[in-house]
Design a protein around this ligand. Structure first.
Ligand code: NI
Ligand code: MN
Length: 226
């Protein structure tokens, strides 16, 4: 599995036969100015919740690539009305797609679409494929519900967790989340984009290293092979 970071909470996950884009907000992120969104052609776009910093480019990428959007019911209906293919899910549900199984799990956050439409409940995704299982947490607080993930989706190969604090978990809570989900390979997201989520990169790495867990703080454009 190849994971490429496009800034903020946006990642492209590619295998030999599918590509999944998570929470695209690229063209509105000045830190990601070097990323050409017209070159991104995912099969599916997974949206964790309705905030603009997670779906700003979803419509344009879905239309250029013919992607299917996977999101909660409210967000999926909003995109369906724009003529985009959608698959709606909700918290606790799972669905077997051609590329593997997606389970939508709880996130403790809020969700409203850019035009003020109710955005349903925020969520995260656990994706299981033949190449491995991973967890994309979305925007969330640390929540005891994370303990449910390894009960039903064990052996996470890696997890993408927010670490920027203020709007989501910070580093200390992300470490507790890593313990709850029983995962020692963490990829950080939701940091540095705005002034109030600036991350102390060295402090973050030291906090994780001190507990024997690895956190990668990706550079925009960087790919990680899992
Ligand atoms: Ni949010
Ligand atoms: Mn956010």
């Amino acid at each position: 599995m190849k994971l490429t970071y496009y800034g903020h909470s946006c990642f492209l996950l590619e295998t030999s036969d599918c590509s999944l884009l998570f929470d695209p907000m690229i063209s509105a992120n000045e830190l990601a100015a070097d990323i050409d969104i017209t070159a991104i052609k995912p099969d599916y776009i997974l949206l964790s919740h309705g905030h603009f910093d997670h779906l700003h480019d979803a419509e344009s990428i879905a239309k250029q690539a013919g992607s299917t959007i996977i999101a909660n019911y409210e967000i999926a209906e909003w995109y369906k009305a724009k003529g985009i293919n959608v698959h709606h899910m909700n918290i606790g549900g799972k669905w077997k797609f051609s590329f593997g199984t997606v389970k939508m799990v709880n996130a403790v956050h809020s969700s409203v679409l850019p035009d003020g439409t109710y955005g349903g409940a925020p969520g995260g995704f656990v994706v299981s494929m033949t190449e491995g299982t991973f967890y994309f947490a979305g925007d969330t607080a640390l929540t005891i519900d994370m303990q449910l993930i390894p009960m039903t989706c064990p052996d996470l190969k890696f997890a993408i967790l927010p670490v920027g604090d203020d709007l989501t978990m910070g580093v200390d809570d992300a470490l507790k989340a890593a313990e709850m989900i029983k995962c020692s390979e963490i990829v950080a997201c939701h940091f540095d984009t705005f002034g109030y989520i600036k991350l102390d990169h060295d402090g973050c790495k030291q906090t994780f290293a001190a507990s024997g867990r690895n956190i990668q703080i990706p550079v925009i454009g960087q790919s990680i092979i899992f």
